[in-house]
Design a protein around this ligand. Structure first.
Ligand SMILES: *[C@@H]1O[C@H](CO)[C@@H](O)[C@H](O)[C@H]1NC(C)=O
Length: 178
């Protein structure tokens, strides 16, 4: 038979684990609830899924979540930059889109700098500066799309742009609550 003295420490560890995991889960939960309440285009599930891309989200506090959001978006901006390079290399026929593509390339690489600045701002408590940087980054997809629209060609980056836009809204909404 197992003696209580052996079981108790295990119970204590289990309890502690439950406490820690439930309080952390509720930071993510609360954050995504308020994000979806403040922005009709951002569903609660979408928000939770977005953060689940980073393991640290489960235990992060609100400020940590804001930093994580900027890092996830930064990775998206870098990957869109790679996608632009691929399209540039393969679109020999349609020279018209080279101009807007180059603009988008610049927009996304400057978004990377803005997001780095935003992460630093959030970490050091300069939330207003961070919001300025995030807003600048959040403008990239719209400006990118406009370039194609003005030419009357369909955007090869439509999916990336709309996803980036949505993800920036999450980062902005979370940072806004700090
Ligand atoms: C971030 O925002 C601050 C405050 O507005 C600004 O001084 C800084 O230049 C911005 N960072 C970048 C990379 O643009």
């Amino acid at each position: 038979m197992t003696r209580p003295s052996q079981v108790l420490p295990q119970l204590a560890v289990l309890l502690l684990f439950l406490l820690v995991s439930s309080s952390a889960a509720s930071t993510l939960d609360d954050t995504c609830k308020s994000v979806s309440a403040s922005n009709k285009d951002l569903a609660y599930d979408y928000c939770v899924k977005f953060f689940q891309a980073c393991k640290g989200s489960a235990t992060a506090d609100k400020r940590g979540l804001a930093v994580i959001a900027t890092k996830i978006i930064r990775a998206a901006a870098v990957s869109t930059g790679r996608r632009i390079a691929t399209i540039k290399a393969s679109q020999g026929d349609d020279r018209r889109i080279q101009g807007p593509l180059a603009d988008c390339d610049e927009l996304y690489s400057s978004a990377v700098d803005q997001l780095d600045a935003a992460a630093r701002g959030i970490s050091s408590g300069k939330f207003q500066d961070a919001l300025t940087n995030l807003s600048a980054a959040a403008d990239a997809p719209q400006t990118c799309e406009e370039g194609f629209r003005e030419l009357g060609v369909s955007s090869p980056l439509a999916d990336e742009d709309s996803k980036f836009s949505k993800e920036c809204s999450i980062a902005l909404a979370v940072t806004n609550t700090l």
